[in-house]
Design a protein around this ligand. Structure first.
Ligand SMILES: [Zn+2]
Length: 398
C-alpha cells in the first residue's frame, strides 16, 4: 500500500514542481500564472505538451529548447525533482517512520497531509523566488494560508498535529482577524496610509548590474529603506503600528470581556463544548487553532520588524516574511511558527558568517531560512517540543 502511494506522490510532486517552476518564473515578473501557456523565454515559441513532461522532457532535450536550442536552466529539473522528493519524504516521515504523534492512518489524516505538503511546496516556491529577487510572493502565502484555514475548519486534525487554543484565545483570534479586515478597509478608503509608500520605487527594489562571472545580467534586489532615501523608517513603522491597532484593541476587548463579564466567558465555553454544540465545536476549534496559528506566526515577525525598526532606525525584516510565517501557522497551528522563529536565525547566522568571510553583502534574504527551519520543525516537532518542555519545566497537559 505504501509503495503505491510513494509512486503516486512522486508523480504528483513532479507535476506540482512543474507548476511551481511557472509560479517561480512568472509571479515576481508580474505575469499571470494561467495565461499564456508555457513558452521558451529565449525564442517565445510555445512549449508542446510532450516537451513539458516533468523531469523527463528536460532530460530528453538535454536542457535545450527544441526550437532554438537555447539552454533551459537546470533549475526546472531541480525544482521538479525537489518537489517530488519533498512530497515523498513527507509521506515517509509521517506514515512510515511515524515521526509525528496524532496522525494515525493515511486514510484518516490525508487532508492534513495534503495541507502540510502544500505548505512545503509553497515554502519551496517562496524560498526560490526570495533567493533570486529578494521578495516573497505573497499570493503563494495567501493560498497556503487559505488551505490551512479550510482544512482546520472542515477536517480538524488531532490536537497533537494542530494545537488547540482555549475558547477565549480562539475568540480573541477571531476578533483580531476582524480588526485586520477593518484596517485593510480603512487603508483602501485612504483613512490609513501604507508605510514606506515612496520606498517602493526609491529603495525597496533596485535593479543591480551583476558583475560576477557566470551570473551576467540584471537582477532586482530589495534593499532596506534608510533615512538617506528621504523617509524616516521610525515614522514609517508607526503606520504599521496603527494598522495593527484595531486588531489589538478588539482582541484585548474580548479578553477583558471574558475576564470580567462571567456570562460572556460562559457563553464562549459553551460554544466550544462538544457536549452541547456537537460537531460544530470540533470544526470551530480546528478553525480557531489555524487562525490563531496564522496570527501568532505573522506576529512574531511583524513584532520583530516593528521593534527592530524602532530600535535601529532602519527597516528590519520584510513584510513578505510576515506572510510566510503566518502561512506556516495557518497550516500547523501556533507552536511550529514559534519554534521556527527561534530556529531560523541560527541557520541564517551560520550562512551569514560564511558570506561575511567570503564577500561583503548588505543583507541576506531571510525567507529561505524561515522555510528550511519551518520544514525541519514540522518533522522534528515532537522531540523538539519534549526538549523545550523539559528545559522550561512545562509539564504536558494531562
Ligand atoms: Zn526557444
Amino acid at each position: 500500500m505504501d509503495v503505491m502511494w510513494l509512486v503516486f506522490f512522486a508523480l504528483l510532486g513532479a507535476c506540482v514542481g512543474s507548476f511551481l517552476n511557472v509560479v517561480i518564473w512568472r509571479l515576481p515578473r508580474g505575469e499571470s500564472i494561467v495565461f499564456p501557456s508555457s513558452h521558451c523565454p529565449a525564442c517565445g515559441r510555445p512549449i508542446r505538451w510532450f516537451d513539458n513532461v516533468p523531469l523527463v522532457s528536460w532530460l530528453v532535450l538535454r536542457g535545450r529548447c527544441r526550437a532554438c536550442h537555447a539552454p533551459i536552466s537546470p533549475r526546472y529539473l531541480l525544482i521538479e525533482a525537489a518537489t517530488a522528493a519533498m512530497v515523498v519524504g513527507l509521506y515517509v516521515a509521517y506514515y512510515m517512520l511515524d515521526l509525528r504523534d496524532g496522525l494515525g492512518a493515511f486514510n484518516e489524516s490525508w487532508p492534513t497531509f495534503l495541507a502540510h505538503a502544500a505548505l512545503w511546496c509553497g515554502l519551496l516556491a517562496c524560498a526560490a523566488v526570495d533567493v533570486e529577487h529578494w521578495i516573497v510572493p505573497l499570493e503563494v502565502c495567501w493560498f497556503v494560508s487559505l488551505v490551512g484555514l479550510v482544512v482546520g475548519a472542515v477536517a480538524p486534525p488531532d490536537a497533537a498535529i494542530l494545537p488547540r487554543v482555549s475558547p477565549v484565545v480562539g475568540a480573541m483570534g477571531v476578533a483580531a482577524a476582524v480588526g485586520l479586515g477593518a484596517a485593510m478597509l480603512l487603508t483602501r478608503w485612504g483613512l490609513l496610509r501604507p508605510s514606506f509608500i515612496d520606498a517602493d520605487d526609491k529603495a525597496s527594489t533596485v535593479t543591480e548590474e551583476s558583475n560576477s562571472p557566470g551570473k551576467k545580467g540584471r537582477r532586482i534586489v530589495a534593499v532596506a529603506a534608510t533615512k538617506k532615501d528621504g523617509i524616516n523608517p521610525r515614522v514609517e513603522i508607526l503606520h504599521e503600528v496603527l494598522f495593527l491597532a484595531p486588531a489589538g484593541a478588539l482582541a484585548a476587548a474580548v479578553a477583558l470581556l471574558a475576564a470580567h463579564v462571567p456570562a460572556a466567558g460562559q457563553w464562549l465555553n459553551r460554544l466550544g463544548d462538544a457536549g452541547r454544540t456537537g460537531p460544530f465545536a470540533a470544526h470551530l476549534g480546528g478553525f480557531q487553532a489555524a487562525l490563531v496559528g496564522y496570527l501568532v506566526g505573522g506576529l512574531w515577525i511583524w513584532g520583530m520588524r516593528i521593534g527592530g525598526t524602532l530600535a535601529f532606525g532602519k527597516e528590519a525584516m520584510g513584510l513578505g516574511d510576515v506572510h510566510l510565517l503566518a502561512a506556516v501557522g495557518a497550516v500547523t497551528g501556533w507552536i511550529v511558527p514559534s519554534l521556527t522563529f527561534f530556529a531560523a536565525p541560527v541557520l541564517g547566522l551560520l550562512w551569514g558568517l560564511r558570506l561575511m568571510l567570503s564577500r561583503r553583502q548588505r543583507e541576506l534574504p531571510y525567507g529561505p531560512w524561515l522555510a528550511v527551519a519551518a520544514g525541519a520543525v514540522m518533522i522534528f516537532h515532537d522531540p523538539l517540543l519534549a526538549a523545550m518542555q523539559a528545559a522550561f519545566h512545562i509539564s504536558p497537559a494531562p
